[in-house]
Design a protein around this ligand. Structure first.
Ligand SMILES: Cc1ncc(COP(=O)(O)O)c(C=O)c1O
Length: 600
């Protein structure tokens, strides 16, 4: 067993390309193997062609595994203490020091040392820690992290269901059932299911299922026409134009529309309700869906459950689903993160109607805190996915059958319950993504996940309360009807979660959207300079990370909370201090007028 690798965390914070003081290894550039390769690179003609395979196998997998495990263990223990981001200077130095040229031969120990000591300090040290609030980023639960190590160790390619050979697809099937159980959606509502690389891929599947269904049922294509098999209809049959109706769709919906041939500009303008920009004006929606009999246009309604800037909800999904059904439109629901509100009883009203989707996108690597990458896709008919991802009978690839005596001629009936992933998903070869998902669901269960979502929302609301009263900030996603945590704009400070509190919450869910107020030094109404500076100032602390966005044509800042570790008062106080230091004003609980701080 090697000596305790203190150096694993004893990195020079400002220059990880320098060895730490207690690191007795040579400077990486002076590693003998690499030095040798640099010399050889210039004289390739004299290169030794032999390669000692045995030596490579003896390079100390066990010792290095121990070092890597130690590194992971120490990092995990200090995740809430680490800088959330490296400094730009460190990133520049690490990038400049990425080895080149390709060596003829290296050494495992040198490589692992380089990665842990010199390279990883230039990456995000604590993106999966409690104060990374960029985009919508989950962390990784302990159960998921450990299972993910096993995934790599086994490196199974989960593509074909081989009932006598591997149980992996059965576990994948169970994990997907458990996601539905977690949300309280009956399993038979979404019988088409698969694990994807993320919500974007799931949205691609959703629009592709829609396209397949809409072509098959169009008035001007032969009955059951398959776009997947034949592409756009041949002459004599007019292409049924497909249009999308959506309010504030996530960008990935446009990307998906581009990918499946619908077109990223094929979106119709639709009115929003006067009271909620995320709710449809149902009359206008009905007008768009109710087309004259001779109009072959088919419609997809893409409905976002959880808008990425505000975390807001339309609250009209059930009514929208009724209209879609009445007029034969396909209802795709992108609930990448917002869908998990459905597992918390007091938040469930936000996602009411989720089970009425024809196709549904969720993300495992957001609120489920499964490591990247893990997306989830569900659709109401299993045939739809198989119709365009499963091979037509005469094109079935023989080498991907379950075995010589269990050929693909039995597909799909033989594998009705556990379809081969390659026939219901985009990839042929794929990682065993279900294992971390399953492990995490098995470890924390419904109670655990309900707790994670609840605590994140509670944390976000408390931050919103603070920002709402702080004179230097303007909260942008305050809900109508909110009356303050003590009936006015006073600040009552950190409080524990109160399940019986039924007052209108300050923000819809887990996203806090804000910018510098008029009295802030970062106020710049005519351009985004102020917001950029404010983001730099906040992130420059390296104690947290926020991301920028545009809201109502002006720059804004988002704090999105979806990490299972984000619930502690200590972390709240760190964030509060950073916000106050950057503004130069401290907010004291229960003191209506905030006082100037001593920070400046
Ligand atoms: C509503 C919504 N849809 C889709 C996506 C894209 O997700 P992914 O990055 O997993 O592809 C996101 C990401 O934030 C999202 O919030």
């Amino acid at each position: 067993m090697p000596a305790d690798p203190e150096h694993v965390v004893a990195v020079d914070r400002d220059d990880p390309t320098k060895a730490a003081a207690d690191d007795d290894r040579p400077r990486w550039a002076a590693f003998p193997s690499y030095q040798r390769e640099r010399e050889r690179a210039g004289r390739k003609d004299q290169q030794d062609e032999s390669y000692d395979t045995t030596r490579q196998f003896k390079q100390g997998f066990e010792d290095n595994l121990w070092l890597v495990t130690k590194h992971i263990e120490r990092r995990r223990a200090r995740l809430d203490k680490l800088d959330v981001t490296p400094s730009p200077e460190v990133v520049r130095r690490v990038v400049a020091a990425i080895p080149d040229p390709l060596p003829d031969e290296g050494a495992l120990g040198d490589t692992m040392h380089y990665l842990m000591q010199r390279f990883l300090p230039g990456c995000l040290p604590a993106q999966n820690g409690p104060r990374y609030f960029g985009f919508v980023t989950g962390g990784t639960t302990d159960a998921a992290q450990l299972a993910d190590l096993l995934v790599t160790s086994y490196d199974e390619n989960v593509q074909v269901t081989l009932p006598d050979t591997s149980a992996s697809t059965a576990l994948e099937g169970r994990a997907l059932e458990w996601v539905l159980d977690l949300l309280g959606i009956p399993r038979d509502v979404f019988v088409g299911r698969t694990i994807t690389t993320g919500a974007t891929a799931s949205n691609v599947l959703g629009l592709a299922c829609a396209r397949e269904h809409l072509y098959a049922t169009a008035s001007n294509t032969p009955d059951g026409y398959s776009f997947a098999e034949y592409g756009p209809p041949a002459r004599g049959h007019q292409d049924p134009p497909i249009v999308i109706v959506a309010l504030e769709p996530h960008f990935s919906i446009r990307k998906a529309a581009a990918l499946v041939g619908i077109g990223s500009r094929s979106f119709l303008d639709v009115k929003a309700s006067a009271s909620n920009p995320l709710a449809f004006d149902l009359d206008d929606l009905a007008r768009l869906l109710n087309r004259p009999k001779d109009d072959p246009t088919r419609t997809i309604v893409s409905y976002g459950l959880g808008e990425v800037n505000t975390g807001g909800f339309g609250r009209d999904l059930r009514k929208v689903a009724t209209l879609c059904k009445r007029y034969g439109a396909w209802l795709h629901v992108d609930a990448a993160f917002g869908g998990f509100a459905h597992c918390v009883p007091e938040l469930k009203h936000l996602t009411d109607g989720i089970e009425l989707a024809n196709s549904l996108t969720l993300d495992g690597h957001k609120w489920l805190n499964i490591p990247y990458d893990c997306g989830l896709f569900f659709t109401s008919t299993s045939q739809n996915l198989k119709a365009f991802l499963g091979p037509p009978e005469d094109l079935r690839p023989a080498y991907l059958s379950a075995g010589p005596d269990k050929g693909l001629e039995k597909y799909p009936s033989e594998h009705e319950d556990i379809p081969s992933p390659l026939y219901v998903g985009i990839e042929n070869s794929r990682r065993f993504r279900a294992l971390p998902l399953f492990a995490s669901l098995m470890t924390y269960g419904w109670k655990g996940y309900r707790h994670f979502v609840r605590m994140n929302v509670h944390f976000a609301r408390q931050l919103a309360e603070l920002i709402n009263v702080h004179p230097s900030y303007e909260l942008l996603n305050r809900q109508p009807g909110y009356t303050g945590n003590s009936g006015n704009r006073a600040y009552t400070g950190w409080s524990d979660y109160d399940a019986s509190d039924r007052r209108v919450p300050i923000i819809p869910l887990n996203i806090v959207l804000f910018r510098g107020s008029e009295s802030s030094p970062y106020h710049s109404p005519d351009n985004d300079n102020g917001i950029v500076k404010l983001i730099d100032a906040l992130n420059g602390s390296r104690k947290l990370y926020v991301s920028g966005t545009r809201y109502r044509n002006r720059g804004a800042i988002r704090i999105a909370i979806s990490n299972w570790l984000t619930w502690k008062e200590e972390d709240f106080n760190i964030v509060k201090t950073v916000l106050e230091e950057v503004a130069g004003i401290v907010v004291v609980p229960d003191t209506p007028s905030p006082r100037r701080s001593a920070f400046k």
